[in-house]
Design a binder for this molecule. Structure first.
Ligand code: HEM
Length: 262
């Protein structure tokens, strides 16, 4: 851990991007080469294994039956918020700066968009998440329906979310004109992993809060297939196009006939 701290606490990008301030250590290789590949393998193989062995358990295990008043606002807030956060990650990590520049998006425009868009998405996620946690703790039937794995899931989900929000607040919102330039470090490292040409040196001088955020994210991926988070992979996109499910009363005499349509 002291090696991480030595890397940089302040996040001063004093060195040229890609030119690390020190030699790579064993811990660097473990965190920025081994862990990413382990997490990719665990999430892919784990999801396939879970699908093959536990298709009936492939569910979000909705607790709508237990309580719906808090769930009605907290769940959409959390889900729409985290969807925004995920889209922001795709834009920030997958798309190289050269591409955004070629599209006429200046650093200032990118930074403002990331801070405003990411900030709103992050805030909505956190409010929704706090609502979901409050409901799980306070509503007895939801608390009783909570498994030990649910608690582990909530904890491992909260850590990257709060660390990401903290890093963004400290380095991007309060950290000077363009904030910390993660597109020259974290994003380059991220793509190097996907291209099977790992470049851990780009992570050495990244601010500690971002390093911890990324490690927490990868640990969450390792847990993913073994939790109710599997439902993310089968998000109900088909709901938008599938035919309506028609419910009818068993007893036609009791059925209330309403005019169809709007
Ligand atoms: C390898 C995985 C990950 C990497 C490399 C990564 C990287 C980053 C970076 C660079 C930022 C700053 C974005 C900005 O300010 O423009 C950020 C913010 C954030 N991240 Fe991650 N992240 C990862 C995984 C995760 C996961 C799994 C979660 C959620 C469970 C998450 C949640 C957040 C949140 C809430 C923020 C705050 C800003 C926002 O709303 O976008 N991240 N992350």
């Amino acid at each position: 851990m002291f090696l991480l701290k030595a890397a940089t606490l302040a996040g001063d990008p004093g060195n040229l991007p890609g030119v690390p301030s020190r030699e790579l250590t064993f811990l660097d290789t473990l965190l920025w080469v081994a862990l990413p590949y382990v997490s990719i393998v665990v999430i892919v193989v784990g999801l396939v294994w879970r699908f093959k062995t536990d298709q009936y358990g492939w569910t979000s295990r909705s607790s709508n039956w237990n309580e719906s008043a808090i769930l009605r606002w907290s769940s959409p807030m959390f889900h729409f918020g985290i969807l925004g956060v995920a889209l922001g990650h795709v834009g920030g990590l997958f798309v190289p700066r050269e591409v955004t520049e070629a599209l006429g998006i200046t650093e200032h425009m990118y930074h403002t968009g990331a801070v405003v868009g990411g900030g709103i998405a992050g805030l909505v996620t956190i409010i929704g998440l706090l609502g979901l946690i409050y409901r799980r703790v306070v509503v007895k039937s939801v608390r009783l329906a909570t498994s030990p794995m649910d608690i582990v899931t909530y904890v491992l989900m909260c850590i990257p979310i709060f660390l990401g929000a903290y890093a963004t607040l400290v380095h991007q919102v309060l950290g000077g004109e363009h904030g910390y330039d993660y597109r020259s470090t974290i994003s380059v490292w991220f793509r190097s992993i996907l291209l099977l040409q790992p470049a851990p040196e780009y992570m050495i001088d990244v601010p500690l809060s971002f390093q911890l955020h990324v490690v927490a994210g990868m640990l969450l991926f390792c847990l993913w297939p073994f939790t109710r988070l599997v439902h993310v992979v089968s998000a109900p996109v088909g709901y938008l196009t599938r035919p309506h499910v028609v419910y009818r009363s068993r007893d036609e005499r009791k059925a209330v006939h309403r005019p169809r349509g709007w």
